[in-house]
Design a protein around this ligand. Structure first.
Ligand code: GTP
Ligand code: MG
Length: 196
């Protein structure tokens, strides 16, 4: 993917803050701390564009980044952060599920999971829920650099079985593994969205 521009435009706390330009949107979702913001930075090759942190719960609103003046990346807050206060959790699910169900320009949801661990119950729920609502999505197993090739192969097979899909791509924000494949998926989705 050739990136000519990548700009943080806004943080949306409510629906009226969502962009109204009808450009296609790609959303990044997954558990807190899984590496959503790092994924965005490494894929675009812009360090520090999306804020990352070793403390889970860094991203709290929907963050919109305009890419190549052509489409949006939407960094969603992570779910499954056990220590978040109850009202924060409820707000998260309302804001994110609302966006994921309703959003017409949303052409692809990139669901990140941690390659090291078996998918969590919340991952299974999210995956089933996206499919139930017929939202196009792809699963990306990130932090693959933290595993040996053998471990990675084993874990991916396990994740495919647990989630009931073959459609899982490998990624690492550190080594850039998987960039090509996921870039292609994203550009295909953008093309379909733009042709509508
Ligand atoms: P929230 O916004 O809190 O939900 O987190 P997030 O999913 O955006 O995660 P973030 O990108 O902030 O990354 C969390 C931690 O994981 C940071 O310390 C990153 O440096 C680290 N990290 C993310 N991706 C990778 C990866 O591919 N490999 C390695 N080794 N570390 C990663
Ligand atoms: Mg984040």
């Amino acid at each position: 993917m050739r990136i000519t521009s990548a700009t943080f435009v806004k943080s949306a706390f409510k629906e009226t803050d969502w962009p109204s330009d009808h450009r296609p949107e790609i959303a990044f979702l997954g558990r807190s701390n899984v590496g959503k913001s790092s994924f965005i930075n490494s894929l675009l090759g812009v360090r520090g564009l999306a804020r990352t942190s070793s403390t889970p719960g860094r991203t709290q609103s929907l963050n919109f980044f305009l890419i190549n003046e052509q489409f949006w990346f939407v960094d969603l807050p992570g779910y499954g952060y056990a220590r978040a206060p109850k009202d924060v959790k409820a707000e998260w699910s309302a804001a994110a599920t609302d966006y994921l169900i309703k959003r017409e320009p949303l052409v692809l949801s990139v669901h990140l999971i941690d390659a090291r661990h078996e998918p969590a119950a919340s991952d299974l729920q999210l995956h089933a829920w996206l499919n139930h609502h017929q939202r196009p999505n792809v699963i990306v197993a990130t932090k693959s650099d933290k595993l040996s090739n053998n471990e990675f192969t084993r874990n991916i097979a396990r994740a495919r079985k647990t989630l009931g899909t073959e459609d899982i791509l490998a990624y690492s924000a550190v080594t850039g593994r998987g960039r090509e494949a996921i870039s292609r998926r994203i550009l295909d989705a953008v093309k379909r969205g733009t042709a509508r």
